[in-house]
Design a protein around this ligand. Sequence first.
Ligand code: ATP
Length: 320
Amino acid sequence: MNAVRGRFAARTVRVKAPGKINVSLDVGPLREDGYHSVASVYLAVSLYEEVAATSTADGGITVSISPASTLDLDDVDIPLDERNLAYRAAAIMADVSEHSTGVHLEITKRVPVAGGMGGGSADAAATLVACDALWNSGLSRDELAHLAAELGADVPFSLLGGTAVGLGVGDDLSPALAKAQMDWVLVTADYGLSTPEVFRKLDRLRLGEGVAVQEPSAVDPKILQALRSGDADALSRVLVNDLQRASIELAPGLRDTLGLGESCGAIAGLVSGSGPTVALLTHSPAAAAGLAEDLAHHGLNALAVHGPVHGARIISDTLL
Ligand code: ATP
């Protein structure tokens, strides 16, 4: 890029932000406002989105997306206009910043799109941090978290990272002191599932069963205990995702993926969020690497990751 136009000097701030898995996800009944209350334990994992925000002289917001080598974006349609969460994050930051400029956001995608790992939310969290630095907005982490919540339920968590309990619609977050590393294998799908559609499917399944569901108000303390002590066996006994059966109804192949993961040595597995990404728990980094290799031989797209990892963070800041 041409560095200087008149007195304008372009600068690029590069930020990485993690995708998440839901180690537990309890979903309440459909509320009158159309949302569902949840109680969930979020874990940030070492699969990162990267956003490079470059100031431009023209005042507008532009977005481009390039896939990392591990991700195939051929059949995926991601909007680049104001429907893109990163675009909206930049627009919100421009509104609250006194010295905003135009900005080009170049997103390097690693988190599968519509995969239940909050990839778009990670792009938004990374963009908030990048534009905050680019425009010297001087917002506190709390102020950024408020803006993040306006963008979507999963955005505050990608900003925060680590391990956290999410209540409300998932945006009422409390960090959990659970720093022991756990090793997982993520099996990504070459298709996406729409989060609203998965919730609707769960509502229909429950309606058909005629079972009254309680509003969730807390997470099982055994989950946090297992995460604190790094006890993968204990964690394997309490993994839960209420959305899983709805995701499996919509994508029956997920049942085979879970079965194959366990028969190849995973201690346990679950669909992450609304899916279709499957998260398989293992005992060690070596076990995760071995499992990912085995699953790749079965033709699956499998990645060994660990968590918790930090939230959205600047990795470089360059004057061009
Ligand atoms: P969640 O579980 O938070 O719903 P997800 O990981 O299942 O998220 P995303 O990849 O975040 O799904 O995106 C879901 C949809 O949002 C996509 O199908 C796409 O149309 C739209 N979208 C908007 N902005 C983005 C973005 N920056 N990256 C990916 N998708 C985006």
